[in-house]
Design a protein around this ligand. Structure first.
Ligand SMILES: [Zn+2]
Length: 182
C-alpha cells in the first residue's frame, strides 16, 4: 500500500471517531505501517473497504492494527481472485496458494503453509517446508525414502493429523475447492 492510501485510510477511520490519526514518524504510526504494509502487504485496493468497515464500528478499536488486518482478511475472503494475486510465497504449491503438497510415506497430503493467515483455516497447523521435512515428510514423491514410516516419532506423527489427505468432499466442505482461484 502506498503511503497516501495508508494515510487517507487512517484519516477516514480516525475522523469518524473525532480523533486525529497518529502523526507520521510516531511510534504508533510506525507500528501500524509495519504491521499493515510491511508485514502483510495490504494493497491500495483494500484500503477503502477497511476504512469503511472500521467506520461502521461503534468505537475506534484499541488495537487498530489487529482490526485492520481482520478486515483485510474479510476482504480477501470476499475476493479470492485478489488473494491469488497476492500470493508470492515460494513454499506454496503453485496450484494451491496457501497450501503445499507433501508426501507421508507415499500418501499425498496437503499442508497449510506458514504464510496462510486465512482465519477459516486457523485450526489447521501451519507448516514450513523445513518443518515438514523435519517431521519426516517429503516434498516430492520421488524423494520418498523406503523406510520413512518408522522414522517418524509418534508424537510428530500425531500432529500430522493436521495434514489432511486431499478428499474432494472435504475440499468442498472447507470451501477451498476453487484453489486455482486463490
Ligand atoms: Zn506459502
Amino acid at each position: 500500500m502506498e503511503q497516501r492510501f495508508f494515510d487517507s485510510m487512517l484519516d477516514e477511520i480516525y475522523s469518524v471517531f473525532g480523533r486525529q490519526r497518529p502523526a507520521y514518524g510516531t511510534p504508533a504510526y510506525r507500528s501500524l505501517w509495519r504491521r499493515v504494509v510491511e508485514e502483510r502487504g495490504v494493497p491500495n485496493e483494500a484500503a477503502k473497504h477497511i476504512a469503511y468497515a472500521l467506520s461502521e464500528r461503534d468505537s475506534l478499536p484499541l488495537n487498530l492494527g489487529k482490526a485492520i488486518l481482520a478486515e483485510f482478511d474479510n476482504w480477501l475472503a470476499e475476493h479470492p481472485e485478489k488473494r491469488a494475486r497476492m500470493t508470492a510465497c515460494p513454499e506454496c504449491s503453485s496450484d494451491m496458494p496457501g497450501f503445499f503438497w507433501a508426501w507421508d510415506a507415499g500418501r499425498r497430503v496437503v499442508c497449510k503453509c506458514a504464510c496462510n493467515s486465512d482465519r477459516r483455516f486457523e485450526k489447521f497447523q501451519a507448516w514450513t517446508h523445513r518443518q515438514a521435512l523435519a517431521a519426516g515428510l517429503t516434498l516430492r514423491e520421488s524423494d520418498m525414502a523406503q523406510d520413512i514410516p518408522g522414522n517418524i516419532p509418534s508424537d510428530i506423527r500425531a500432529s500430522l493429523g493436521h495434514c489432511e489427505p486431499p478428499r474432494p468432499a472435504h475440499v468442498a466442505q472447507v470451501e477451498y475447492s476453487n484453489t486455482a482461484g486463490w
